[in-house]
Ligand binder design. Structure first.
Ligand SMILES: CC(C)(COP(=O)(O)OP(=O)(O)OC[C@H]1O[C@@H](n2cnc3c(N)ncnc32)[C@H](O)[C@@H]1OP(=O)(O)O)[C@@H](O)C(=O)NCCC(=O)NCCS
Length: 147
């Protein structure tokens, strides 16, 4: 598997939005991705490619010395191949080199694959946000990874 991980750029906006539709019940719009990639100075997004095809992406906001992970999404046909883990690893390593000391995220309580992925990187549950997700009222687990 010839996996390439690189920083997201303008050409990735449409494929990222298409990926979101495949991966999330409440996907972000193309416009949201455009704002993230082109306008948000706090945002850092990376994409994973195999043979020039985007198979996943991940991103976070760098707020002072905290990284707030926004999304990690892997195309359904490319899951369980270590790509999600590779993306989180690059995200953490790159931003740690740029001064990020702790990381946080919200994840649906039902999302066992993602909770397991983040736990592998030392993220721990730090509480719940009740009814956090508007589409179904599901609670979010707040996870933190502190150095
Ligand atoms: C969660 C997600 C990103 C995992 O990506 P992936 O490339 O399949 O994950 P990897 O193959 O790198 O697996 C890494 C670890 O994640 C966990 N994991 C991944 N899929 C899992 C599953 N179906 N069940 C349980 N654990 C799982 C495991 O801990 C795994 O480590 P292991 O292989 O040693 O068991 C992917 O399932 C996805 O895109 N889901 C939909 C979008 C989403 O929910 N994103 C996260 C919320 S922001």
């Amino acid at each position: 598997m010839n996996l390439i991980v690189r920083q997201a750029e303008e050409k990735d906006i449409k494929p990222m939005a298409e990926m979101d539709i495949l991966c999330f019940t409440a996907p972000w719009s193309e416009d949201s991705f455009r704002k993230e990639i082109e306008e948000n100075p706090l945002a850092f997004y990376i994409v994973a490619e195999i043979d020039d095809r985007m198979v996943g992406y991940a991103g976070l906001w760098c707020i002072v010395d905290e990284g707030h992970i926004t999304n990690v999404a892997i195309h359904p046909l490319f899951r369980r191949k270590g790509i999600g883990e590779a993306l989180v690893s690059v995200l953490l390593e790159h931003t740690a080199q740029n001064g990020i000391r702790s990381y946080t995220l919200e994840v649906r309580v039902s999302n066992a694959p993602a909770i397991s992925l983040y736990s592998k990187f030392g993220f721990e549950s730090a509480g719940l946000r009740k009814n956090y997700y508007e589409d179904n009222g599901e609670d979010a687990i707040i996870m933190w990874r502190k150095s």
